[in-house]
Design a protein around this ligand. Structure first.
Ligand SMILES: [Zn+2]
Length: 273
């Protein structure tokens, strides 16, 4: 992602008008976030009577009109009406690539995010790079649903990491393939695959594992074999998964912790489910 300074324009010396202008800009930025054009939090201030926003863009051309959702188009009209012109955008980065890998070349995608991540949750299975949501031929409502799922996943991850009274319920949502959170994500994976024709997998977190047999545990969706390696000690990049089930469209890793096997059953295959 790329930090950008977006200058919206002057208040024309009309201080009471600032609230209305800010509201129009916030609606526009909200639309950009939900469409995957900008990521995470943004900062804004009035400087020399001009409204300036600092935000992370998914790509240098993410604010181009051709990428806007219907909501972004409408809210941009209100921005232009308020300021009298389009905002201007300046990328504040030294290293801006001229080209980016085409998402259509990916052999697979996987859906993944975490508490500290606010980029697109759709990642290339070949390069691990996030694919900006707005580039994919998805209905706007599906893009918004993916953004919404991503935030929900991040909140659950935060609660789990906090290790409070909701630690285990939150972990179940992250690690069980039939939890509400996982079901939402898996449905979205199917939507992405339908739209792009690229196999799209759902990442299942695995923290607590078993001292014996972890590397050959069965697919929690269908009970079939899904391990790609017989060992849990090999060092491999995150996106080179230990487990992948083509049938269930699930990917996962061996566990991180083997100190408390009581929780290892969470996310394991259960007969008769
Ligand atoms: Zn399976």
């Amino acid at each position: 992602m790329f930090l950008a300074k977006v200058t919206f324009g002057s208040d024309g010396g009309n201080l009471p008008k600032r609230d209305t202008l800010e509201e129009a800009v916030e609606l526009y930025l909200g639309a950009l976030i939900r469409n995957g054009q900008i990521y995470g939090e943004y900062l804004f201030s009035w400087h020399d009577a001009k409204l300036v926003v600092y935000a992370h863009l998914a790509r240098p051309d993410a604010l181009a009109a051709r990428h806007n959702s219907e909501w972004a188009r409408k809210s941009l009209d209100s921005v232009i009406e308020g300021f009298g012109h389009l905002p201007t955008c300046e990328i504040i980065e030294d290293d801006v690539p001229n080209r980016f890998p085409a998402w259509r070349r990916s052999k697979s995608f996987y859906l993944f995010t975490n508490a500290f991540d606010d980029v697109s949750p759709i990642c290339s299975g070949d390069t691990d790079r996030p694919i900006p949501l707005y580039l994919l031929p998805l209905p706007e409502l599906i893009r918004e649903s993916i953004h919404s799922w991503s935030r929900s996943y991040s909140y659950h991850d935060c609660i789990w990491l906090d290790s409070g009274s909701l630690e285990i319920p939150a972990y179940k949502q992250l690690a069980d393939p039939s939890s509400d959170l996982s079901e939402r994500g898996r449905t979205l994976c199917a939507e992405i695959e339908r739209a792009t024709k690229i196999p799209t997998f759902y990442f299942l977190m695995r923290y607590w594992g078993r001292n014996k047999g972890e590397a050959v545990r069965l697919c929690p969706g269908c009970g079939g074999e899904w391990h790609l390696s017989d060992t849990d000690v090999d060092e491999r990049p995150f996106w080179d998964f230990h487990f992948r089930c083509e049938r269930c469209r699930l990917v996962s890793h061996c566990a991180v912790s083997y100190e408390d096997e009581r929780h290892a059953r969470i996310g394991e295959f259960k007969k008769g489910r």
